[in-house]
Design a protein around this ligand. Structure first.
Ligand code: HEM
Length: 172
């Protein structure tokens, strides 16, 4: 199975496709997505990017819950994250939310590597999700995560703005 990471290029347009509903179904809908995302966040706390996230247990729990809801909705499941995005375009909202953190390519690679471990443990080994669906889910993460990178090695910043771009990205 190919779960590669390609480098981010500053200011380059990213054409991503939202993950398929079939992935959401195969992982076991709301409960399965919760399992995957909670495992991911438990692994985040052992990772090199743990300092980005709340150290307070209640706050950490809130991030886990919101993250799970987001992934349910982005896969085409029930619109359980809708209220969080305050009526904004969901993709644009998610990019803007990351503006508050200085995210580098190195952090992105750590984030993706952590997610790859969670996918391996939960989606592949435990739930036996079809390879093609995993690859489509990964493709979304690998591409979308480029839009969260806003801090570059020369110290400069660039904040991606999806609203300026064409709508070819919308898969669902
Ligand atoms: C595919 C890429 C990514 C997606 C879909 C994503 C999604 C999310 C979601 C849904 C949340 C919770 C939002 C909420 O509070 O309502 C979140 C929070 C966060 N994400 Fe990401 N993320 C991505 C990549 C990254 C990367 C690469 C980093 C690098 C460090 C990162 C760092 C954070 C941080 C620091 C928070 C906030 C924690 C807090 O509230 O204090 N994310 N992300």
């Amino acid at each position: 199975m190919k779960l590669d990471i390609t480098p981010v290029v500053k200011a380059q347009q990213v054409d991503f496709k939202r993950p398929p509903l079939e992935f959401y179904k195969a992982i076991g809908e709301e409960e399965g997505m919760k399992e995957l995302m909670y495992d991911f966040y438990d692994k985040i706390y052992e990772s090199d990017i743990s300092h980005f996230f709340p150290q307070d247990e209640d706050e950490f729990q809130k991030v886990k819950e919101k993250n799970t809801k987001f992934f349910i909705q982005i896969c085409g499941g029930p619109k359980v994250y809708e209220d969080e995005a305050k009526g904004m375009d969901l993709d644009e909202y998610m990019v803007r939310l990351h503006d508050d953190f200085s995210i580098t390519e190195k952090s992105r690679i750590e984030w993706l590597g952590t997610m790859r471990d969670a996918i391996n443990d939960i989606a592949i080994k435990k739930k036996n999700v079809d390879e093609k669906l995993i690859e489509e889910f990964w493709d979304y993460l690998e591409k979308f995560s480029k839009l969260t990178v806003n801090t570059f090695s020369d110290g400069s910043h660039y904040y991606a703005n999806l609203l300026d771009k064409s709508d070819s990205r919308l898969g669902n």
